[in-house]
Design a protein around this ligand. Structure first.
Ligand SMILES: Cc1cc2nc3c(=O)[nH]c(=O)nc-3n(C[C@H](O)[C@H](O)[C@H](O)COP(=O)(O)O)c2cc1C
Length: 191
């Protein structure tokens, strides 16, 4: 059963506000790919825009530049091994979706690969061309044009971390294959 529900674009930045390690998915014609990325962040609320570092030597970069689009997907904690694996293999030599058995559909606006299960959320993004940032810093910008989240962990425009959805909680790379899972929610007191 697919638990993904659309997230309104006004709430899209909240999906990546807490700095999760993500998958960057890409496609160009029959070619498709997925890589891990620890370095991404929102840069604008309205319209929602994000930045992600995609090294110029990756196969992903080639596909993103060819198609002008990508998707950001947020793997849940059960996908930690898979996330590390797709971050240590290149799509130039293997179709990682087939090789690792990743069940992906197509995003509604740009047709980017989006997961059918296991990820907390995904965002489809249209590439915003910034040649200097791309060349000098491998930083690619995208405007979010569609987003969805698993309703068991993100609902009503907010994350709902609880003991019941630990498997879906986002992961954050500490380095060297070590990750921490999100979930210890602290509520700031207001004066
Ligand atoms: C946990 C993790 C985080 C990573 N973060 C990034 C990142 O933010 N940017 C990047 O360019 N590469 C990052 N990488 C490396 C890419 O995922 C890796 O180069 C991948 O093999 C590229 O795949 P591709 O050639 O199929 O596109 C990361 C790898 C891991 C394991």
């Amino acid at each position: 059963m697919n638990h993904y529900l659309p997230v309104t674009l006004e709430h899209a930045s909240r999906l990546v506000n807490h700095g999760p390690t993500v998958w960057v998915t890409s496609a160009d014609g029959a070619r498709r790919n997925v890589m891990a990325a620890a370095w991404s962040m929102p840069v604008e609320f309205t319209p929602p825009r994000i930045a992600v570092v995609i090294d110029k030597n990756t196969h992903t970069r080639e596909l993103v530049m060819a198609s002008g689009a990508f998707a950001i997907c947020l793997p849940g904690a059960t996908l930690v091994d898979l996330t590390y694996a797709i971050g240590n293999t290149s799509g130039r030599t293997v179709d990682k979706f087939a090789h690792y058995g990743i069940d992906a559909g197509r995003g509604p606006v740009l047709g980017m690969p989006v997961p059918q299960a296991g990820c907390a959320a995904w965002l489809e993004c249209r590439l915003i061309r910034e040649p200097h940032a791309e060349d000098a810093y491998d930083t690619c910008f995208g405007e979010v044009v569609a987003a969805a989240a698993d309703a068991r962990i993100f609902a009503g425009g907010h994350w709902r971390f609880s003991e019941h959805n630990a498997d879906l909680q986002t992961i954050h790379h500490l380095g060297g294959g070590n990750f921490v899972r999100a979930g210890g929610v602290l509520k700031a007191r207001t004066a």
